[in-house]
Write a protein of this length. Structure first.
Length: 428
C-alpha cells in the first residue's frame, strides 16, 4: 500500500500565536531495516521529528509493528524519503480533522436543540426547588475576586441561585448553581448536584451481594467463563490479594492523588488540600486500576467493579494510547458485560460507561468490525484490522477517521454514531 500524505501530529502542533509547541515535538521513531524490521531507537535528528514535518510526510498505516516497549508503530517517510517506524499514538490520520469537525457540527446542532428543551427545563427546575440536597460532598468554586476550589459538604441548601456559565469546563450543564455558604457564594455544577445512579449499589446491598472478593474468585471467573475473553487470560496468578484493595470513599480520593493507599487520616486530609479536584474525582469514582493494583470503593461491593478494573489489567497498553480514554472504557465495559452476562452474584447498572459502550457496540452492530477484531486489538494491541475495516466500509462515501470517532465517545458519543451512521447509509 502506498504512503499517504496529510498525516499530522497528535495533539495539534501549533500554539495560538503560530509557534511550535515544543512539548509535543518528539515523535518516537525507530530505524526500518532492509526488510522493514524494527531497528534501533533513533536518537539523533529523525528522533525529534517536528509535527510540521510530519504533517507533510507519508505514512503507510497498512503495515504495523510493535516497539520494544509495546507501543504500536507504523511506517513513515522522514525527511529525505527515509523509511522509519513512527509511534502511532502520536499521529492523526489525514481524515482526523474532517471527521472531528463533522461530529462537532452534529454536536452543536444537538446542543442548540437541548438548550431549548432539556436544559431549559432543568434550569427552571433548579431555580424553583425549595432546597438543594447533596447526598455526598462535592467541589465548588468561590464567587470571589480570587476564586478558590472548596469542598461543599453533603446536606441541605436553600436560597440557591441559577446562573449562566459553567463551573467546570467538562460539565454537561450550560449553567451553574450558586449556593450561599458561610456568607460566600459557591458555584457548583448541576452535574455534581444530580449525582450518579446508585440503584445498583443499593440493590447489591439489599440482595446480600455486597461482599469483598478474593483475587482467586476474580481470576476464576475470567478463567472459567466461556466468553471471547477467555483465550487472553494468563495461566499465572495475574491478580493477587495484595493487588486488590477496598478503600473508603475518602481513601479513594487520596488514592487518586497518591496512586497508592494512604497511610492515615492525616495523609488523606493533606491530599485533599494539595489537589482538591483530583481528590474529588477519586471520591466519586467506584474503582480504578493503577499499574498492577486495583482499588474498589468499599461501598460499591457487589457491582462488578473488580471485574471491570481487572479487565483493564489484561488490556494492551497501545489500545488506550491510540484509541483514547473513552473508546478504551467502552471496550472494557463491553467485555466486562460479556464476562458477567450470566452472573447472579453481581448487580451491574446499564448507566455505567453507557455512552462509551454504545459507541463501541455501534461498530459491531453495523458490521464494521467483529467482536474478535475488538478482542485482538484490546488484548493483543493488533489495531490494524480495526482501521482497515472501517476505511474499507466507508470508502467511496466520505473519509472517516476511526481514531477521531473513538476520541468522541464521551459527551458526543451519540453525535459520533449519528455521523458514522449517515456515512454508512449513504453507501448502501
Amino acid at each position: 500500500m502506498p504512503f499517504e500524505k496529510g498525516w499530522t501530529a497528535h495533539p495539534q502542533p501549533f500554539a495560538l500565536n503560530g509557534a511550535p509547541l515544543k512539548k509535543y515535538d518528539e515523535i518516537p521513531t525507530y530505524a526500518a531495516g532492509d526488510t522493514d524490521q524494527v531497528g534501533a531507537r533513533l536518537t539523533e535528528q529523525i528522533d525529534y521529528l517536528m509535527p510540521v514535518i510530519m504533517s507533510s510526510t507519508g505514512v503507510d498505516d497498512a503495515v504495523w509493528e510493535t516497539a520494544p516497549d509495546g507501543q504500536a508503530l507504523v511506517l513513515a517517510l522522514a525527511p529525505g524519503e527515509v523509511r522509519v517506524w513512527a509511534a502511532r499514538e502520536f499521529l492523526r490520520d489525514g481524515a482526523y480533522r474532517v471527521t472531528e469537525l463533522e461530529i462537532e457540527l452534529l454536536a452543536e446542532q444537538s446542543r442548540q436543540q437541548l438548550l431549548k428543551t432539556f436544559w431549559a427545563g432543568k434550569r427552571k427546575h433548579y431555580a424553583e426547588l425549595a432546597e438543594i440536597v447533596l447526598k455526598t460532598e462535592i467541589n465548588g468554586t468561590t464567587v470571589t475576586a480570587a476564586p478558590d476550589v472548596v469542598t461543599v459538604p453533603a446536606g441541605r441548601y436553600t436560597k440557591q441561585i441559577v446562573v449562566d456559565g459553567e463551573t467546570w469546563q467538562d460539565q454537561l450543564a450550560p449553567f451553574s448553581i450558586l449556593l450561599p455558604i458561610d456568607d460566600v457564594l459557591v458555584s457548583v455544577s448541576p452535574d455534581d448536584v444530580e449525582g450518579v445512579d446508585d440503584s445498583h449499589v443499593v440493590a447489591a446491598q439489599e440482595e446480600g451481594r455486597a461482599t469483598r472478593l478474593p483475587a482467586a474468585t476474580v481470576r476464576a471467573r475470567f478463567a472459567t467463563t466461556a466468553t471471547i475473553v477467555r483465550p487472553y487470560v494468563p495461566a499465572s496468578d495475574w491478580l493477587t490479594d495484595t493487588q486488590l484493595h477496598y478503600p473508603t470513599p475518602t481513601q479513594m480520593g487520596a488514592v487518586f492523588v497518591l496512586r497508592r493507599m494512604p497511610a492515615d487520616e492525616g495523609e488523606i486530609e493533606q491530599t485533599r488540600q494539595n489537589d482538591p479536584e483530583l481528590f474529588q474525582q477519586g471520591l466519586t469514582s467506584p474503582g480504578v486500576r493503577l499499574d498492577d493494583h486495583i482499588y474498589v470503593r468499599i461501598d460499591h461491593l457487589g457491582t462488578g467493579t473488580e471485574y471491570h478494573e481487572a479487565m483493564h489489567k489484561l488490556s494492551h497498553r497501545t489500545f488506550r494510547a491510540v484509541m483514547g480514554w473513552d473508546f478504551n472504557e467502552g471496550a472494557t465495559e463491553y467485555f466486562t458485560r460479556l464476562l458477567l452476562a450470566e452472573s447472579e452474584d453481581v448487580v451491574r447498572n446499564d448507566a455505567q460507561y453507557a455512552s462509551q459502550r454504545s459507541g463501541v457496540e455501534f461498530l459491531i452492530d453495523r458490521g464494521l468490525i467483529t467482536s474478535q477484531d475488538l478482542a485482538t486489538a484490546y488484548f493483543r494491541g493488533l489495531l490494524e484490522p480495526l482501521f482497515r475495516k472501517v476505511r474499507e466500509a466507508t470508502r467511496g462515501t466520505k473519509l472517516v477517521s476511526l481514531q477521531a470517532y473513538a476520541h468522541a465517545l464521551g459527551p458526543r458519543s451519540y453525535d459520533a454514531q449519528s455521523f458514522l451512521g449517515q456515512v454508512l447509509d449513504r453507501g448502501v
